[in-house]
Each structure stands twice: as C-alpha cells, then as structure tokens.
Design a protein around this ligand. Structure first.
Ligand SMILES: NC(=O)c1ccc[n+]([C@@H]2O[C@H](COP(=O)([O-])OP(=O)(O)OC[C@H]3O[C@@H](n4cnc5c(N)ncnc54)[C@H](OP(=O)(O)O)[C@@H]3O)[C@@H](O)[C@H]2O)c1
Length: 359
C-alpha cells in the first residue's frame, strides 16, 4: 500500500471507517477490518459515539495482537470536551479498544458550549503524557480550526471532514490550508457519488481498468493531504478500495472530474424544504420537536442555532428535488437535519438557507 507523509504522520493512502449504525454481526465486521489491515488499510477510524462505544469494542477485537501495525483514529464527543470529561472519555476509549495509547485522538465536532481552549488543553495534556500520539479535530471549518490553533501551543495534526464528489466545500475552505501547513485530512463519506454524469467516471475507469469507486477514491487521494476512510461491510468492496491506488490518474482525467462534478450550491426558502421522517435515525419533522430534542441529539438544534448566530459557518444542508409533484415543497432534505432546524431556530423561515442539491 502506498503511504503518505503529512507532517509527522505517516499514513496509508486509504484507511477504514468503522462507524455507522449497521446491524451486521461482530464476527463479520472483525473479519472485514482484519482483511483491510492485511491489505494495507492500517488506519482505522472509530469514535466513542459510534454504536454507543460498540464500534470501538469491535475495532479492539479486530486489532488484537496487531497493535503495532495499526493507526487507531478515534474521537471524543464534544459534550465530553471539558478537562474531566476528556479524561474519562479517553479512558473509556482505551478500555473498549484494549490499547494503552491512541494514535490520532480527535474532537468529533466543535462544541457550542465548552470553550475550545479547555478542550485543546485537555487533549494536549494526553499528548504530553504520551497517551496520544497526534491530536486532531473533526468537522472544523477553517475559521474554527484557526481558533483552535490559537488556543494552544502545539500543532493540531488532522481534521476529519466530509469530502466526496457531491460535497466539495473543503476545496474552498480547509484544503489549501492543510496543504500549506501539512495537516492530514481524513475524508469521510468518500463513497458518495453524484447521480448525474456517472458515465464519465466509468469511462475514465475503463482507461485504467478500474471501477468508478476506485476512480473516485484515487481522485480524492490525489490531493496531497487527503486520506479517504471508506466504510464497507462487503469483502469485494474492501478489496476494490484497497486496490484504488496502484495507478496514477492522468492530469486531464483529474481535471475532467474536477470540472464536471461541480457541486450545485444555492440559497433557498427553508419553507420549500420537506423534512421526512426516517426509519433509520431520529428525525424531527416539526420545529416543536426540534426544540424539545426528545431524541437527545448532540449538539441539539438549539445549541447549534446558538453557534450559527455567533458566526459558526454552516455547511450547506443536502437536498434533492422533491417528488412532491405539484405540491408546496421543492426539495426533500437528505442530510443535515439538525442543521436545518438550527437554522430555523436561529433565523426563522424568512432567511434563505444554503443547500447543496444532490443530482
Ligand atoms: N467525523 C465525522 O463526523 C464522520 C461522519 C461520518 C462518517 N465518519 C467516518 O467515516 C467513515 C466512512 O464514512 P461513511 O460510512 O459515512 O461513508 P462511505 O464510506 O463513503 O460510505 C459507506 C457506503 O459506501 C459503500 N461502499 C464502500 N466501498 C464501496 C465500493 N467499493 N463500492 C460500492 N460501494 C461501496 C458501503 O456499502 P457496502 O458495505 O455494501 O460496501 C456503504 O454503503 C465512517 O465509518 C466513520 O468512521 C466520520
């Protein structure tokens, strides 16, 4: 497997995501992670919040006896971001993972409630104690990242962000900063593909005898600091992902992908967006529900609204053109349900909201 050296980190060109709320059995998931390690995908990403800690337990079983071969990337939830909370959360992660140090320990997303200085200090204390090798963050805009940097003396070495052919916001925000300052970008949700123009990816793939999934992963990792961390439960997909880096994409192909898949980001009237309930996760379909936050989502829509008002940059929510033919709604919300309600709480339905149209 090709490796990348980014600052002090030496990482494989691709890692493995172990998040998600799948109901698959542990033996299968452990088998996937182990084969992934054998194939060189030695960076494994998890978080204390995934499946209430069970994801870390599964990763722990999968890496048993292989500790020195793997790079463990895990995350502390922002509500545990105070000095006492981090210590406790960290010990919980160590226990579930069955290890005595973490390679990359990240704050999962910015906290609207706990000062970043306190969180960073606690994370860097773990680094000073030799229990964490690299301190990172996740879902930090460039502005937030710089704020975190100002809060500490040490270097924040990674930022985990969504990056795929549909969500390319980091190209205008964090990507060039990461390249200038040698900061690792762990790209989550890398497998999401646009609906339109897939034939272009297929045709590029044919030139290199690669699948579209491999073309997309290769394109993402062509960016100097980016390491995609796809998650799969399928052994064939796992092998496919591992084999996405043994070719160098020609400049023309790279540019064609760059140009064709421009995200469509527009501002729309929030009341034209329909929020549908979901079988897989709690979704608030009314403002009243969002204000009550009975599902205890963190950050809550109210907390996030506070951050939005204070100037936090909001990633566009993702919508698709609604099938509410002839009805009131123009779009259906498909990602960013807390952000949507936070926006409404912050500004009511009168201020247009930024959306990325999935097409
Ligand atoms: N920091 C954060 O806030 C955050 C947020 C989300 C995710 N993450 C991390 O990022 C990891 C990955 O993100 P994700 O799960 O959202 O997105 P993802 O890996 O892009 O998407 C997972 C989906 O892609 C499919 N897939 C993977 N490889 C494929 C291939 N070669 N061909 C076809 N389909 C393929 C999987 O299906 P099959 O199982 O059928 O292959 C699965 O349905 C997570 O596990 C987690 O560790 C972090």
């Amino acid at each position: 497997m090709q490796t990348k050296k980014i600052g002090k980190l030496v990482v494989p060109a691709i890692g493995q995501g172990a998040g998600g709320n799948d109901k698959c059995d542990d033996i299968h998931r452990i088998g996937i992670i182990r084969l992934g390690i054998e194939l060189g995908m030695t960076l494994i990403d998890t978080a204390e919040v995934y499946q209430d800690g069970h994801s870390e337990e599964v990763v722990g079983k999968a890496i048993s006896g292989l500790r020195e071969k793997v790079i463990i990337s895990t995350k502390v939830s922002p509500e545990h971001g105070d000095a006492v909370g981090i210590k406790k959360a960290f010990e919980g992660s160590l226990r579930r993972l069955g290890v005595d140090y973490i390679d990359i320990y990240q704050l999962h997303w910015p906290s609207p409630l706990i000062p970043i200085e306190e969180t960073m200090e606690a994370l860097f204390k773990l680094k000073e104690e030799g229990k964490v090798m690299h301190v990172g963050v996740s879902n930090f805009s460039l502005e937030k990242f710089k704020e975190a940097e100002r809060a500490i003396k040490g270097k924040i070495e990674s930022n985990q962000l969504e990056y795929n052919l549909v969500e390319r916001g980091i190209e205008e925000d964090f990507l060039s900063y990461s390249e200038e300052n040698d900061i690792l970008v762990l790209a989550y949700n890398p497998s999401l593909k646009p609906i339109k123009n897939r034939l272009i990816l297929e045709n590029i793939g044919k030139k290199y005898n690669k699948t579209t999934a491999q073309v997309v992963l290769n394109w993402l990792a062509s960016h100097k600091t980016v390491v995609p961390i796809p998650k799969t439960l399928n052994f064939d997909h796992l092998k496919e992902n591992a084999a996405a880096f043994d070719f160098k994409m020609a400049e023309d192909d790279f540019k064609e992908i760059q140009n064709v898949f421009q995200p469509k980001i527009v501002e729309v009237d929030p009341s034209k967006i329909r929020v549908l309930s979901s079988k897989n996760e709690p979704v608030y379909t009314t403002l009243e529900e969002a204000l009550k936050n009975n599902a205890n989502l963190k950050p809550s829509p109210v907390e996030l609204a506070k951050e939005i008002v204070e100037g936090g940059i909001l990633k566009p929510v993702r919508v698709k053109v609604s099938d509410d033919a002839g009805g009131w709604y123009e779009y259906d919300l498909i990602q960013g349900r807390v952000r949507y309600w936070a926006w409404i709480i912050a500004y009511g339905k009168d201020r247009p909201i930024k959306v990325c149209i999935y097409e």
